[in-house]
Design a protein around this ligand. Structure first.
Ligand SMILES: Nc1nc2c(ncn2[C@@H]2O[C@H](COP(=O)(O)OP(=O)(O)OP(=O)(O)O)[C@@H](O)[C@H]2O)c(=O)[nH]1
Ligand SMILES: [Mg+2]
Length: 176
Protein backbone atom coordinates (compact mmCIF):
# COMPACT_ATOMS: atom_id res chain seq x y z
CA UNK A 1 0.00 0.00 0.00
CA UNK A 2 1.14 3.47 -0.78
CA UNK A 3 0.77 6.07 1.94
CA UNK A 4 -1.36 9.10 1.14
CA UNK A 5 1.81 11.18 1.36
CA UNK A 6 3.34 9.75 -1.79
CA UNK A 7 3.71 10.29 -5.51
CA UNK A 8 4.61 8.23 -8.51
CA UNK A 9 6.82 9.51 -11.31
CA UNK A 10 8.46 8.11 -14.39
CA UNK A 11 11.97 9.47 -14.83
CA UNK A 12 14.22 8.92 -17.82
CA UNK A 13 18.00 8.50 -17.75
CA UNK A 14 19.46 9.32 -21.16
CA UNK A 15 22.78 10.09 -22.86
CA UNK A 16 25.44 8.58 -25.13
CA UNK A 17 26.46 4.93 -24.87
CA UNK A 18 28.89 4.02 -22.09
CA UNK A 19 28.65 7.28 -20.13
CA UNK A 20 27.66 5.37 -17.00
CA UNK A 21 23.86 5.62 -16.85
CA UNK A 22 23.10 2.03 -15.84
CA UNK A 23 25.94 1.98 -13.32
CA UNK A 24 24.57 5.20 -11.78
CA UNK A 25 21.11 3.62 -11.40
CA UNK A 26 22.67 0.47 -9.98
CA UNK A 27 24.49 2.58 -7.40
CA UNK A 28 21.25 4.33 -6.43
CA UNK A 29 19.52 0.97 -5.97
CA UNK A 30 22.28 -1.03 -4.30
CA UNK A 31 24.65 1.55 -2.83
CA UNK A 32 27.68 -0.14 -4.39
CA UNK A 33 29.72 0.25 -7.58
CA UNK A 34 28.84 -2.57 -9.96
CA UNK A 35 30.02 -1.59 -13.48
CA UNK A 36 27.29 -2.37 -15.98
CA UNK A 37 27.49 -3.41 -19.61
CA UNK A 38 25.77 -2.04 -22.68
CA UNK A 39 22.00 -1.68 -22.26
CA UNK A 40 20.11 -3.25 -25.14
CA UNK A 41 16.96 -1.19 -25.66
CA UNK A 42 15.29 0.01 -22.48
CA UNK A 43 15.73 -1.31 -18.95
CA UNK A 44 13.24 -0.31 -16.25
CA UNK A 45 13.84 -0.19 -12.49
CA UNK A 46 11.76 1.04 -9.57
CA UNK A 47 13.01 2.92 -6.53
CA UNK A 48 11.40 4.77 -3.66
CA UNK A 49 13.06 8.03 -2.70
CA UNK A 50 12.02 9.65 0.58
CA UNK A 51 12.68 13.37 0.68
CA UNK A 52 11.82 15.31 3.85
CA UNK A 53 8.90 12.98 4.63
CA UNK A 54 7.04 12.34 1.37
CA UNK A 55 7.82 9.19 -0.58
CA UNK A 56 8.39 9.33 -4.30
CA UNK A 57 7.91 6.05 -6.13
CA UNK A 58 10.13 6.30 -9.17
CA UNK A 59 9.92 4.24 -12.30
CA UNK A 60 13.36 4.74 -13.80
CA UNK A 61 13.73 4.24 -17.55
CA UNK A 62 17.34 3.39 -18.36
CA UNK A 63 17.72 4.07 -22.07
CA UNK A 64 20.41 2.27 -24.07
CA UNK A 65 22.54 5.07 -25.54
CA UNK A 66 23.90 3.37 -28.63
CA UNK A 67 23.10 5.02 -31.94
CA UNK A 68 20.94 2.08 -33.08
CA UNK A 69 18.43 2.75 -30.26
CA UNK A 70 18.20 6.50 -30.94
CA UNK A 71 14.97 6.31 -32.94
CA UNK A 72 13.20 4.99 -29.81
CA UNK A 73 14.13 8.01 -27.66
CA UNK A 74 11.04 10.14 -28.37
CA UNK A 75 8.87 7.17 -27.35
CA UNK A 76 10.89 6.47 -24.20
CA UNK A 77 10.65 10.14 -23.24
CA UNK A 78 6.86 10.22 -23.52
CA UNK A 79 5.16 10.06 -20.13
CA UNK A 80 8.34 10.86 -18.19
CA UNK A 81 8.08 13.71 -15.71
CA UNK A 82 11.77 14.48 -15.83
CA UNK A 83 15.15 13.23 -17.00
CA UNK A 84 18.78 12.96 -16.09
CA UNK A 85 20.83 13.74 -19.19
CA UNK A 86 24.21 12.12 -18.61
CA UNK A 87 27.57 12.70 -20.28
CA UNK A 88 31.03 11.30 -19.51
CA UNK A 89 33.47 13.87 -18.06
CA UNK A 90 36.29 11.87 -19.66
CA UNK A 91 34.94 11.84 -23.23
CA UNK A 92 34.38 15.27 -24.73
CA UNK A 93 32.23 14.04 -27.60
CA UNK A 94 29.55 12.81 -25.16
CA UNK A 95 29.33 16.44 -23.99
CA UNK A 96 29.31 17.84 -27.54
CA UNK A 97 26.28 15.72 -28.46
CA UNK A 98 24.09 17.06 -25.63
CA UNK A 99 22.11 19.38 -27.98
CA UNK A 100 21.14 16.33 -30.07
CA UNK A 101 19.78 14.61 -26.96
CA UNK A 102 17.84 17.70 -25.94
CA UNK A 103 16.34 17.78 -29.42
CA UNK A 104 15.25 14.12 -29.13
CA UNK A 105 13.48 14.80 -25.81
CA UNK A 106 12.08 18.20 -26.77
CA UNK A 107 8.51 17.19 -27.64
CA UNK A 108 7.77 15.60 -24.26
CA UNK A 109 10.04 17.31 -21.72
CA UNK A 110 10.60 20.98 -20.93
CA UNK A 111 14.31 21.77 -20.42
CA UNK A 112 13.50 22.80 -16.83
CA UNK A 113 12.69 19.12 -16.13
CA UNK A 114 16.05 17.89 -17.42
CA UNK A 115 19.02 17.76 -15.03
CA UNK A 116 22.50 17.57 -16.52
CA UNK A 117 24.84 14.96 -15.03
CA UNK A 118 28.61 14.88 -15.55
CA UNK A 119 29.48 11.24 -14.76
CA UNK A 120 32.77 9.60 -13.65
CA UNK A 121 34.12 12.65 -11.75
CA UNK A 122 36.65 10.27 -10.13
CA UNK A 123 38.82 10.19 -13.29
CA UNK A 124 41.27 12.93 -12.26
CA UNK A 125 43.64 14.00 -15.05
CA UNK A 126 41.57 12.17 -17.69
CA UNK A 127 38.86 14.80 -17.38
CA UNK A 128 38.00 16.50 -20.71
CA UNK A 129 35.05 18.70 -19.68
CA UNK A 130 35.26 21.62 -17.22
CA UNK A 131 32.52 22.26 -14.69
CA UNK A 132 32.14 25.78 -16.09
CA UNK A 133 31.40 24.43 -19.60
CA UNK A 134 28.63 22.26 -18.18
CA UNK A 135 27.13 25.23 -16.34
CA UNK A 136 27.18 27.21 -19.60
CA UNK A 137 25.00 24.55 -21.27
CA UNK A 138 22.60 24.57 -18.31
CA UNK A 139 22.25 28.34 -18.65
CA UNK A 140 21.95 28.34 -22.43
CA UNK A 141 19.16 25.73 -22.54
CA UNK A 142 17.44 26.53 -19.24
CA UNK A 143 18.07 23.08 -17.76
CA UNK A 144 17.19 22.19 -14.16
CA UNK A 145 20.81 22.21 -12.97
CA UNK A 146 24.11 20.34 -13.01
CA UNK A 147 25.51 17.60 -10.79
CA UNK A 148 28.83 15.73 -11.06
CA UNK A 149 28.72 12.08 -10.06
CA UNK A 150 30.93 9.09 -9.51
CA UNK A 151 29.30 5.70 -9.10
CA UNK A 152 32.78 4.36 -8.40
CA UNK A 153 33.34 6.69 -5.41
CA UNK A 154 29.68 7.14 -4.48
CA UNK A 155 29.64 10.86 -5.17
CA UNK A 156 26.54 12.86 -6.14
CA UNK A 157 24.35 9.92 -7.20
CA UNK A 158 21.56 10.35 -4.73
CA UNK A 159 21.91 14.15 -5.03
CA UNK A 160 21.23 13.96 -8.76
CA UNK A 161 18.02 11.96 -8.38
CA UNK A 162 16.93 14.01 -5.38
CA UNK A 163 17.49 17.31 -7.18
CA UNK A 164 15.50 16.08 -10.17
CA UNK A 165 12.62 14.81 -8.04
CA UNK A 166 12.51 18.06 -6.06
CA UNK A 167 12.28 19.95 -9.32
CA UNK A 168 9.50 17.71 -10.64
CA UNK A 169 7.62 17.89 -7.34
CA UNK A 170 7.83 21.69 -7.36
CA UNK A 171 6.27 21.75 -10.84
CA UNK A 172 3.58 19.17 -10.03
CA UNK A 173 2.39 20.51 -6.68
CA UNK A 174 2.57 18.82 -3.26
CA UNK A 175 2.13 15.04 -2.85
CA UNK A 176 -1.49 13.92 -2.51
N1 LIG B 1 35.70 5.72 -13.61
C1 LIG B 1 34.41 5.41 -13.64
N2 LIG B 1 33.95 4.54 -14.56
C2 LIG B 1 32.63 4.27 -14.56
C3 LIG B 1 31.72 4.88 -13.67
N3 LIG B 1 30.48 4.43 -13.94
C4 LIG B 1 30.61 3.59 -14.99
N4 LIG B 1 31.90 3.48 -15.37
C5 LIG B 1 32.44 2.67 -16.48
O1 LIG B 1 31.65 2.89 -17.64
C6 LIG B 1 31.21 1.65 -18.18
C7 LIG B 1 29.87 1.81 -18.85
O2 LIG B 1 28.90 2.08 -17.89
P1 LIG B 1 27.34 1.86 -18.17
O3 LIG B 1 26.66 2.19 -16.89
O4 LIG B 1 27.09 0.54 -18.77
O5 LIG B 1 27.06 2.97 -19.27
P2 LIG B 1 25.66 3.32 -19.99
O6 LIG B 1 25.60 4.79 -20.09
O7 LIG B 1 24.54 2.63 -19.28
O8 LIG B 1 25.86 2.69 -21.46
P3 LIG B 1 24.72 2.21 -22.51
O9 LIG B 1 23.85 1.23 -21.79
O10 LIG B 1 25.47 1.59 -23.64
O11 LIG B 1 23.99 3.43 -22.96
C8 LIG B 1 31.19 0.70 -16.98
O12 LIG B 1 31.32 -0.64 -17.39
C9 LIG B 1 32.37 1.17 -16.18
O13 LIG B 1 33.56 0.61 -16.70
C10 LIG B 1 32.25 5.80 -12.68
O14 LIG B 1 31.55 6.37 -11.84
N5 LIG B 1 33.60 6.01 -12.74
MG1 LIG C 1 23.17 1.24 -19.87
Amino acid sequence: MMSSDSKQFIVLVAGEGGVGKSTLIKYLLEGVYIPQRLTVGLNVETYTLTIDGPEYHLTIRDAGGEERFRFMMPMWTRGAKGALLVFDLGRYHTFLHLPDWLELMRDSLAPSRILLVGAKCDIGDDREVDTSEAHDIVGRYGLAGYVETSSMMGIGVRDAFEMLVRRIAASEGPPS
